[in-house]
Write a protein that binds this ligand. Sequence first.
Ligand code: GLN
Length: 307
Amino acid sequence: MSITAPQLQTILDEIASIAESTTDKGRVADYIPELAGVNPDQFAMAVSRPGQSTLIAGDANTRFSIQSVSKVFTLALALGKVGDRLWQRVGREPSGQAFDSVILLEQEKGRPRNPFINAGAIVTTDTVLEGATPSETLGAILRFVRAAASDDEIHINDQVAQSEITTGHRNFAMAHYLLSHGNLVNAPEQTLGTYFHQCAIEMTCAQLANAGLFLVGGPEAPRLVSDDRIRRINALMMTCGHYDGSGDYAYRVGLPGKSGVGGGILTIVPNIASVAVWSPGLNRYGNSKLGTEAMQILAEKTGWSVF
Ligand code: GLN
């Protein structure tokens, strides 16, 4: 039986008040200096269902840095551009390693495990960038996100991007390593400049929930990619979207999701809803601590699950 909007609103309000009273909110990512100062006491959740108005709770109109959630949009663009040829350059298996780990890249000779760990996302962005300039590519990424959200008020925070350009040494190391294996087409500075700016897209929780609608499917959802591709992207979100915490997220929430170190998580309930949650404090995997807990409660209370 489907849940009514008032029932869902009650659940969201309950979750927001639980989040507010939880004392252990995790740790804000501080390796990106510009994100280190974000107030950890903020929490927001938004549910968007095709053809219905978006429901919100908490600070759902505050913008945050979507960081690795952006990898979902560039994956969709890369698959749209080169199709299954993408898989020659990047794998589709969970890594069991931290998002910025370099260890597998060496073992697997420069072919990243999946498109959601940093190395794989750098290859994905490199694929989208090939044959275009960084600003054209960022324009294409922003156009896609804005079309998905039906919202033109989505922008890139240049200060956050610059902050990563000066401190993102691990990502530079990975890009050069990829290049040494012939798995980077553009200059590392160009690909990483694009990647850091894509990660620095800012959205509110409401905007992010709306932007995820293209992955929900069904007759009323926006059609930006084919049904087949929706299934594939969701499968990758389920198996790889939370790095070495993907199994834990699948166990606790049972839905495909993609996290970012800004504390956002986008979760898809196939054929039903797109859900965004934001709480800047992270757990040991670098995924939002309260965001994960909130999604677990939402899944339990609604019965939403792919299983
Ligand atoms: N821009 C971040 C980085 O490359 C994204 C990481 C994340 O959100 N997990 O380190």
